[in-house]
Design a protein around this ligand. Structure first.
Ligand SMILES: NC(=O)c1ccc[n+]([C@@H]2O[C@H](COP(=O)([O-])OP(=O)(O)OC[C@H]3O[C@@H](n4cnc5c(N)ncnc54)[C@H](O)[C@@H]3O)[C@@H](O)[C@H]2O)c1
Length: 351
């Protein structure tokens, strides 16, 4: 295959990040985009040189599209994958794969029955620092990793669909701990099965906007007793937080994707500063190349090259399903107050 032609379902925040992530990939173009609002959809098309579509089905059926990228709100992921597979198209989908494990399992069934390429778009495990952490673990730098800790937060989502917990499937846990859960699997080794999960969550700040939890903590226990904690918040002031720490027998590795070498005190706004920045004047921390720092560039390159070469990508729908199983167990634990077992605790590991 020469040029890979991408159809972008979703012309919003992550649709733009995914499209920017594709800009450095050789022989790859975003040829089509869909979004609910005509104005934004057409502005996106004008900016990136794609053709705007007014339905999920018509974009998926378009013969020019080779690979469908799902960058839509959570409640549309299944429908989008159904449309892509019905058209026999390869498909990549953003996190969380489903609103719950039964939706994710349905998506796995659709791609398997359709025999199409599938990739789970989890950018955090493609960040340069995360990959370096994994390489150092493989080199034995910290001995055996024992515990992992993720802290992710911001002051609240930018779009209404996230706040409607019935529509989106959950609150801050589903939205943010999906990253930490997969990062833990990546660093400990995906062949290590997750045994069970203990979680707390509460609506402490945004009760006027959501019935979903705006703060949550989750402990993931693996089959060999090692553990990962994910501590997430939708009420954290001061901009995006993304810290990932792994502690081993012989050392520790720590990254903070939101610390940048650039900082400034500014009295006049300079436009976009970075994802979920709370202020545009005063002390600011602009992110120089955000799609690179957050792993989107490397992720999109890997997905397109895997599709082009007919190989299994590092992250597939099977991984998304395991993450949904972990998160489902966490929600059960919030209600039961006890450790909850995780079904489908491993995924086939890419060769
Ligand atoms: N990897 C990450 O770091 C990351 C970051 C943000 C969002 N996401 C994921 O991306 C997905 C989309 O989030 P987003 O932030 O891009 O949302 P957004 O609101 O910015 O964009 C949503 C897009 O979907 C379209 N759309 C179609 N039908 C819609 C409907 N019924 N309601 C709302 N929008 C509709 C909108 O027009 C828009 O083009 C979610 O699943 C979210 O979890 C991932």
């Amino acid at each position: 295959m020469d040029t890979v032609r991408v159809g972008m379902l979703g012309s919003g925040f992550i649709g733009e990040f995914h499209t920017l992530g594709l800009r450095h990939v050789p022989d790859c173009r975003v040829v089509a985009n869909y979004g609910a609002g005509a104005e934004r959809r057409e502005a996106f098309a004008g900016r990136f040189g794609s053709r705007p579509f007014d339905s999920i089905e018509s974009l998926c059926a378009d013969p020019e599209v080779d690979l469908v990228v799902v960058s839509l709100p959570n409640h549309l992921h299944v429908e989008a994958v159904r449309a892509a597979t019905a058209a026999g198209k390869a498909v990549a989908c953003t996190k969380p794969l489903g609103r719950n494990a039964s939706e994710a399992a349905e998506m796995v069934r659709l791609v398997e029955d359709g025999g199409v390429f599938h990739a789970y778009l989890e950018n955090v495990v493609f960040g340069t620092e995360m990959i370096r952490m994994r390489e150092m673990i493989e080199a034995g730098a910290i001995g055996r990793p024992i515990t992992f800790r993720a802290r992710e937060g911001h002051s609240g989502p930018h779009a209404a669909h996230f706040w409607d917990a019935d529509l989106s499937g959950g609150g801050a846990l589903l939205d943010m701990a999906s990253h930490g859960a997969e990062a833990a699997r990546y660093l400990f080794g995906k062949d290590v099965a997750v045994r069970d999960v203990f979680a707390w969550g509460a609506t402490l700040v945004h009760g006027d906007r959501t019935t979903g939890e705006d703060n949550a903590m989750m402990i993931i226990r693996f089959e060999d007793e090692r553990a990962a904690t994910c501590d997430v918040s939708w009420s954290s002031k001061g901009g995006l937080e993304g810290r990932f720490e792994v502690y081993g027998e012989a050392g520790r590795l720590i990254q903070d994707i939101t610390s940048t070498p650039l900082r400034g005190f500014i009295e006049r706004p300079a436009g976009y500063i970075g994802e979920k920045a709370d202020v545009d004047t005063g002390w600011v921390f602009p992110v120089p190349d955000e799609t690179h720092v957050h792993g989107h560039d490397a992720m999109m390159q890997h997905v397109v090259e895997s599709f082009r070469s007919g190989t299994t990508p590092r992250e597939t729908f099977h991984d998304g399903l395991v993450v949904n199983e972990i998160l489902d167990a966490a929600y059960r634990s919030m209600s039961s107050g006890t450790w909850e077992p995780v079904a489908r605790a491993t995924a086939p590991v890419a060769a």
